[in-house]
Design a protein around this ligand. Structure first.
Ligand code: ADP
Ligand code: MG
Length: 353
């Protein structure tokens, strides 16, 4: 193997890496390098091997990811918090390699495989409970994931709704955040866009966006740039309070001196005005507890936003809404008994996928 411009290791199927791993398939390729499905001959098991480009920036980012993955193993020794399990790291011909457990397709691929029709609410609820186990532990340890999105949530098995959170390459400790340009745009929190300082609440914002997308099949705030991203949020929730704007270093980019949003038109000629849509209209959903859960994740002010601990006590999670009349649209009534919190994941195939 030798390096091209990007500093990628040239992998060929059947390659042997470090006398231990045999490459059997490609799982993903990104700015960081490549993820490979490998046989680990020391354990006889299949693993995912992340081969990092030998460029300084990606090497440093991968070292951060490796150290957080190692800490997660200490914090969650029984593997109960739905996060990727680290197994090993080493250098191979100047490339950092990180071996982890092998997982299945990501949530974006799942949504796509379902024809972007959205997932049944019982599946969404089961996935939400698992994501909250992860976010509760991360918050307890003051870790911000910083890149929660469907591509970074993976199914554990092809036909079960068990998931794990991956990609801790942008993660950091609260109070030690160094980057201002974080999170993928559609899932980016207002405090990051507006330059306000941020903490673990940014992951709860992303969670709210992901839930809406799992339900409808499409990103709820599909901004083509940060201007439109904010405009999409304001279409539903209106502009943020003056008191919040006063804390934002980038407010002048988006608002005039009266706190009024600067007019803006997207490249497709779409102008977006505040307060023209409601959350239940956009989602076409009447499930009160689901809507309120999402709305509580999508509070402008990070201090008002629901925390993971509050979230696990929300009606949507505890199931208290089941006592109310069922107003959910017909397509959600596919699976009869929703799994309860901490139940083992259902072993039957996903309905309608
Ligand atoms: P990046 O930092 O480029 O986003 P990721 O760690 O998210 O890197 O990996 C990129 C993609 O590779 C993921 O979206 C997923 O589809 C695939 N992938 C990563 N880790 C695994 C794994 N452990 N098992 C299966 N697929 C994986
Ligand atoms: Mg990723």
């Amino acid at each position: 193997g030798f390096d091209d411009e990007r500093g990628d290791y040239r992998v060929i199927l059947g390659d042997h890496i470090a006398y231990r791993y045999e490459v059997v398939d490609f799982l993903g390729k990104g700015s960081f390098g490549q993820v490979l499905r490998c046989i680990d001959y020391e354990t006889g098991k299949l693993v995912a091997l992340k081969l990092i480009r030998n460029k300084k920036r990606f090497h440093i980012q991968a070292l951060v990811e490796t150290s957080i993955l190692q800490k997660i193993r200490e914090w969650d020794p029984m593997d109960e918090a739905c996060m990727l399990q680290y197994s090993n790291h080493f250098y191979f011909r100047d490339h950092l390699c990180v071996a982890t457990e092998l997982l299945g397709m990501n949530l974006y691929e799942l949504i796509k495989s379902n024809g972007f029709k959205g997932l049944p609410i019982v599946i969404i609820k089961s996935i939400t409970k698992q994501l909250l186990l992860c976010l509760t532990l991360l918050k307890q340890k003051n870790v911000i994931h910083c890149d929660l999105k469907p591509e970074n949530i993976l199914l554990c098995h092809p036909f079960k709704s068990q998931v794990k959170v991956i990609d801790f390459g942008s993660s950091c400790f609260e109070g030690e955040s160094v980057y201002t340009y974080i999170q993928s745009r559609f899932y980016r929190s207002p405090e990051v866009i507006l330059g306000m300082g941020y903490g673990t609440p940014i992951d709860m914002w992303s969670l709210g966006c992901i839930l809406a997308e799992m339900y409808t099949g499409f990103p709820i705030f599909p901004g083509e740039n940060e201007h439109e991203q904010l405009a999409c949020i304001m279409e539903i929730f209106g502009p943020p309070d003056r008191s919040m704007l006063d804390k934002c270093s980038r407010r002048k980019v988006f608002f005039d001196s009266f706190g009024k949003p600067r007019p803006f038109i997207s490249s497709k000629g779409v102008s977006r005005r505040p307060f023209v849509k409601s959350l239940h209209q956009v989602l076409e959903c009447k499930d009160v507890s689901f809507l309120s859960f999402i709305a509580d994740c999508l509070k402008w002010d990070p201090e008002e936003r629901m925390t993971p601990f509050e979230a696990i006590q929300h009606d949507f999670i505890t199931g208290n809404q089941d006592r109310r009349p069922n107003t959910a649209p017909a397509r959600q009534k596919i699976v009869k008994s929703p799994p309860t919190y901490l139940d083992p994941p259902p072993s039957r195939p996903l309905p309608n996928l």
